[in-house]
Design a protein around this ligand. Sequence first.
Ligand code: PLP
Length: 399
Amino acid sequence: MTPKNEDFLKYVCQTSPYPMGLEIDTAKGACLYTVDGKEYLDFISGIGVANTGFTHPAVVKAIQHQVEKYLHVMVYGEHVLAPQVDLAKKLISLLPDGLEQVYFTNSGTEANEGALKLAKKFTGRRKLISFEGSFHGDSQGACSVTGREIYRKPFEPLLPGVSFLPFNEIGRFYEIDNTVAAVITEPIQGEGGMRVPDARFLKALRARCDEVGALLIFDEVQTGFGRTGKLFAMEHWNIVPDILTLAKGMGGGMPLGAFVASREMMATLSENPPLSHVTTFGGHPVSCAAGLASLQVILEESLMKKAEVDGGWLRDQLQNLARKQRGIREVRGKGLMMGLELENARLARHLVNGAFARGLILGWTLHTETVIRIMPPLNILHTELKCGLAVIEAVLNSS
Ligand code: PLP
C-alpha cells in the first residue's frame, strides 16, 4: 500500500469497507491509468458519468476557456451567465414541448430535491409516491423516496406521506389519487437492477397521473444523455413527464444536475415567498461550459446511435455467452445501460473481483447484489468492448 493510499483510508471518509482504492494518475477515453503504471478499462463510467469518456478533449477545452474568463460570480439565478443560458437553451431545444425551463443544480440528489419541492409547491399537495427498487439520492428528501428500506431505516423519521408501489406493476395505481403531489420514477431502474419496464407501465402511469392531477417526475439522472440509445430514455416510449431530473452524464465529468419543467410551474419558485429554492453553486459556469461541450459531442458523434448499436452487439454476445456458460440468469437493459443477472451473489462477487484483477472495472447495482452493471462510456472503442467481453467470459469460465 502506498503512503497516499494509507492517507486515503485515514483521512478521506469511506462509503464502504472495501473501496477499490485505485490511485489514479490519468484517465482518458474508457481507461483509467494508475500511478503504478496499470491500465483499467472502466465498464461502469465511474459510475454512469463518463458518457463521453474520461477527459474528453472538447470538454477540457471548454473548461479551460471558461476558467480563463470567470469562475463563480454570484448565487444561482441572479446574473446572466452565458454558459448557463447556452446550455439551458440547447437542452430545451432537444426536449419535448412542456419542458421549458431549466433549474441547474450540483448533483442528481439536488435535482430530485428541487423536483419534489416544486411538485409540492405547485400542487399544494403533500403526498409523494415512488417505486420499490428505485434510487433517487442520499439527502433526506431524496432518500425518503428511495425504494429500499435498509437505506431509509437508519435515517428515519424521513419525509412523511411517502408510499412505495411495485415497479412495473399497474395493479395498485388506484393509490395514486387526488391527494398526491407527485409520482417519481426512473424510466429504467438503475440501482434496482437495470430494470426496463413494459411499455404499458409508463403509459398507464402517465394516464393515471393526468387523471388525478398528480405530477409525474422522471429521474433520468442515470438514463439521460444518450446512455440508453436515445438522448433521454423517455423517448423510447414517447412519454413526457411534468418534471425531468438530470445529472451524472450531464456535466461531461463536472458536477452538474438540473430539473426541468414548464415555465408556469417554475414560476412558483420565485414567488410566495421569493427565493423559495436557491443554491449558491448550482449551475457553476465551468460545469455548464463542460456540459454544453459534452452534449455537443454526444450529438455530433451520434453517441445515442452508437449506444444503441454497441449495446445491441454486446447484449447479443452476452446472451450467446449465457447459452453456453452456466450461471447467467438474464442479460437486460437498453443501449449501453445493461445488467447481467447472475445465479447468485457469490458468482457476482467472483465476476467483479476476477474482472478487476484482470484490469476490467465492473460493479454491482446498489439494490441487487446479483446484477452486474455494464455501462461503459458511449464512445468506447469496439476493440475495448471486445476486450471487456473476453475478460467477462474468462472470469465466468474460471468460476
Ligand atoms: N437518481 C438516480 C437514478 C441515480 O442513479 C443517482 C445516483 O446514482 C441519483 C439520483 C443521485 O445522484 P447524485 O449522486 O449525483 O446525487
